[in-house]
Design a protein around this ligand. Structure first.
Ligand SMILES: Nc1ncnc2c1ncn2[C@@H]1O[C@H](COP(=O)(O)OP(=O)(O)O)[C@@H](O)[C@H]1O
Ligand SMILES: C=C(OP(=O)(O)O)C(=O)O
Ligand SMILES: [Mn+2]
Length: 529
């Protein structure tokens, strides 16, 4: 649909090698096992460990500085430039490296479930398990859909190839490079499979706005009435967990587009965090980890091959990848109408934001732009405990264009479809990280349930004195005192100090949005005292 065919054809350059194209799940599982890449576990999932890189590596991510895209990119710490020369040298080295391999795995499929906006993609992998991951996470072609399939973006992942920063222009042995002109994502040095899915998300964040579609870092599900809900949030805030709901059909757990027709999933699978996973608390996800699923860095008991989800010894960022169909109640294909409820998930490490509050239109814009949350342990290299961050659109690491571009689109959509917006703190309560505790999942689920059922539409709220948020006094299934952060802290003065400190951070951060309508900054943010 984006009309540009991949001008480079890495696939053709690789014909000397042994290309294994479009292997089925059982064939890939056999390859993973026979090549010694992973183990079979007691549920039939395969388990792999990724070595040194167990989360994304944002410092090693680059965009090629090219004429056709350069002026559009929001260059900076997130979108770091690399020269065309450096890219093509590395690209040729990676291809030469892959040509030496006896087996290379190729998946052809799509990103974007709405047929009108589907992006044909190709994933070329050094490892069988990465190709299985691609098969489960991206959209699998249906019968006949590959006739004439011509990739408009190609991912090449060669983790065994290590760059030499001195000569290759990278920062380390690892690199994740997007060339929008050549339509290639080149990955080396890291085995963390999440880089592949999040690279295609970055690509969609570049391509979709040009087609008038809003790309979103959110999960989505739909109720029996056809009511669609979106859950925005940075990694670990609960998108996957909270969108898996027995009463609602899942559209997708992480990446969506919102077009004039409604929302659609970018992907064909889910990528759940599995730390402390239990059937009791998260039954849908627990049961989805069956044959064909991929467990990353989960410790497996050597004899019984049972996964020990409580063991975080390799990383807190243990993961399971499985196709959407592994969840029982899904929408297929993953497209639905316009959302009427939008939830912003924030994991507040300060422990001062209310567990749920209803946002005015100005607050919705303010909080979307601010994207206040925490980076949770393990998802990015070097993050070992929750770190407060302002991540615009709750997905700053994946946005190649300036933030306002996305925020304006959301603002228009919220107004046009009159969606109600809630801010939900899935992070800390009763104190900051270290003294307080993580919000109970059962309470968060009850609050989300009430919000989605419209039970919070016309109820009594109290306005939070520091952030100006409208907090419900009662939510079915949640003790009243849990709803008011100051009541959960042992020391009210300590609470106030922390809250004021966070409000200051909000203000300081918001200064960077100079072009924003003044009423958003004035009416959307913390109250001036
Ligand atoms: N109150 C809560 N709400 C949501 N998730 C919670 C909560 N408390 C603990 N968790 C845990 O936090 C993690 C959320 O991860 P996940 O849903 O995969 O996030 P995301 O999809 O946004 O990256 C899960 O391991 C979940 O069990
Ligand atoms: C996979 C990731 O995020 P999420 O948990 O949001 O899917 C990630 O940030 O690497
Ligand atoms: Mn997720």
């Amino acid at each position: 649909m984006f009309g540009v065919h991949n001008p480079e054809t890495p696939f053709k350059l690789l014909t000397e090698a042994n290309l294994l194209v479009q292997l089925s799940v059982p064939e890939l599982v056999e390859k993973v096992l026979s090549r010694g890449e992973g183990l079979l576990t007691s549920t039939g999932a395969i388990s792999v460990s990724t070595g040194k890189y167990t989360g994304r590596s944002p410092e090693d991510k680059f965009i090629v500085e090219e004429k056709s895209s350069s002026s559009k990119i929001d260059w900076g710490a997130i979108n770091q430039p690399i020269s065309e020369n450096a890219f093509s040298t590395l690209y040729n080295k990676v291809l030469d490296y892959l040509k030496q391999k006896n087996e290379i795995f190729v998946f052809n499929g799509f990103a974007g479930a709405d047929k009108k906006y589907m992006l044909p993609i190709q994933v070329i992998n050094e490892y069988a398990w990465h190709n299985l991951f691609a098969h489960q996470l991206f959209i699998r072609p249906e019968q006949g859909e590959l006739d004439g399939h011509s990739p408009e973006f190609t991912i090449i992942s060669a983790p065994g190839f290590k760059a030499d920063p001195e000569v290759d222009g990278t920062k380390s042995e690892t690199f994740i490079i997007i060339s929008f002109e050549k339509r290639i994502v080149l990955i080396g040095g890291t085995e963390y499979a999440g880089e592949m899915k999040k690279s295609i998300f970055s690509v969609m964040n570049y391509l979709l706005p040009e087609a008038g579609i809003m790309p979103m870092h959110c999960s989505a599900n739909v109720g029996i009435e056809g009511d669609v809900a979106l859950f925005f949030g940075l990694s670990g805030t609960g998108k996957t967990t909270l969108s898996a709901d027995p009463n609602r059909r899942l559209i997708g757990d992480d990446e969506h587009g919102w077009s004039a027709n409604g929302v659609f999933n970018v992907e064909g699978g889910c990528y759940a965090k599995t730390i402390s996973l239990s059937r009791e608390k998260e039954p849908q996800i627990f049961d989805a980890i069956c044959f064909g699923a991929v467990l990353e860095n989960v410790i497996v008991e050597p004899n019984s091959r049972a996964a020990d989800y409580d063991d975080g010894s390799l990383t807190e960022n243990t993961r399971a990848a499985y196709p959407l169909e592994a969840i029982k109640n899904i929408v297929s294909p993953s497209v639905a109408g316009h959302p009427n409820t939008i939830v912003f998930l924030t994991a507040d490490a300060f422990g001062v934001l209310p567990p749920i509050s209803r946002l005015t239109k100005e607050q919705a814009m303010y909080h979307f732009l601010s994207g206040y949350t925490s980076k949770l342990a393990g998802t990015e290299r070097g993050i070992t405990s929750p770190q407060a961050t302002f991540s615009t659109c709750f997905g700053a690491p994946f946005l190649p264009l300036p933030a306002n571009r996305y925020a304006e689109m959301l603002g228009e959509k919220i107004l046009e479809h009159n969606a109600r917006v809630f801010l939900v703190n899935t992070g800390w309560t009763g104190g900051e990280y270290g003294t307080g505790s993580r919000m109970k999942l059962g309470y968060t689920r009850a609050m989300i349930h009430a919000a989605l059922e419209g039970e919070l539409n016309n109820i009594e709220t109290v306005q939070d004195e520091i952030f100006g948020l409208h907090v419900p006094l009662h939510v079915p299934g949640v003790p009243d005192e849990v709803l008011q952060p100051e009541k959960t802290w042992a020391d009210a003065e300590a609470y106030r100090e922390k809250a004021v400190e966070l409000a200051e951070k909000f203000r300081a951060n918001f200064k960077k949005f100079s072009g924003v309508a003044p009423e958003i900054a004035e009416k959307g943010g913390p109250i001036n005292h």
